[in-house]
Design a protein around this ligand. Structure first.
Ligand code: ADP
Ligand code: MG
Length: 237
């Protein structure tokens, strides 16, 4: 079974003169254990792709299938439940809840899903340790640096047994060493069987992936293995 399947996905934003075709018939498959990087210029549809894959927006045409479930067959509550259970999402704007500590932020999706507080806390601490944030469990987002907040957001996406991880520039606020650490965490998760779809501007980070998909104007223009050199393809755009 595929972890994620997008089949001829279209999505428009706005209307009238402001209508933008953010995705124009995108097809993409991610298998369990696969780490796929998405690259492309600003406005090419990368975040829209992740939002569609996570069921946060509905395609105007085409199909999104997550772990064998067609999202079109689920209502709002069903999509939210699938997302909590199976999908880890690292948002570009992080979306941590300011009134909750780091550990409480990471626990939240598990508690919403009915996991007992004690178990949820233990899982949250393990996820925070994985992203190097064990010592910050009791701190609030406003007391953390941008890079630390990013690590907490990544821990929240990893907690529990998420089979699909969607990450929009997950290392954007980290220095190069921090970025490599996070790539290693994501790579390890994929090697353990999770699927990961990650937007990145850094070919250094894309090099950790099994495959790089290049978006342009809402379409995948090329797909390659990083060993063949994303930089070379970028030069040819
Ligand atoms: P990327 O993440 O590659 O920078 P996005 O998926 O965010 O690209 O955006 C693709 C296109 O859709 C852009 O032209 C952007 O301006 C437009 N867009 C994205 N979200 C919205 C929105 N909520 N309303 C209107 N236009 C949007
Ligand atoms: Mg974006």
């Amino acid at each position: 079974m595929t972890a994620l399947e997008l089949d001829d996905v279209h999505r428009e934003h706005g209307q009238g003169a402001g209508l933008v075709h953010a995705l124009r018939g995108l097809s993409l498959t991610v298998l369990p254990g696969e780490f796929v990087a998405v690259m492309g210029p600003s406005g090419s549809g990368k975040s829209t792709l992740l939002n569609a894959a996570g069921g946060l927006i509905t395609p105007t045409r085409g199909r999104v299938v997550v772990a064998g479930t067609d999202l079109a067959g689920l209502g709002v509550a069903g999509r939210a439940a699938l997302r909590r259970r199976a999908v880890g999402y690292v948002f570009q704007e992080l979306n941590l809840i300011p009134s909750l500590t780091a550990a409480e932020n990471v626990m939240l999706p598990r508690e919403l899903d009915g996991v007992r507080t004690r178990k949820a806390r233990a899982e949250a601490l393990a996820a925070l340790a994985e992203t190097g944030m064990a010592d910050a469990a009791g701190r609030f987002p406003e007391d953390l640096s941008g890079g630390q907040r990013q690590r907490v957001a990544i821990a929240r996406a990893l907690v529990g047994e998420r089979r699909l991880i969607l990450a929009d520039e997950p290392a954007g606020a980290l220095d190069s060493q921090g970025g490599e650490e996070i790539m290693r965490v994501l790579r390890t998760r994929c090697d353990a069987g999770a699927a990961c779809l990650m937007v990145t501007h850094e070919s250094r980070h894309a090099a950790w992936a099994d495959r790089v998909v290049f978006l342009r104007d809402g379409l995948a223009v090329d797909s390659t293995e990083p060993a063949r050199g994303p930089e070379i393809l970028l030069e040819h755009r």
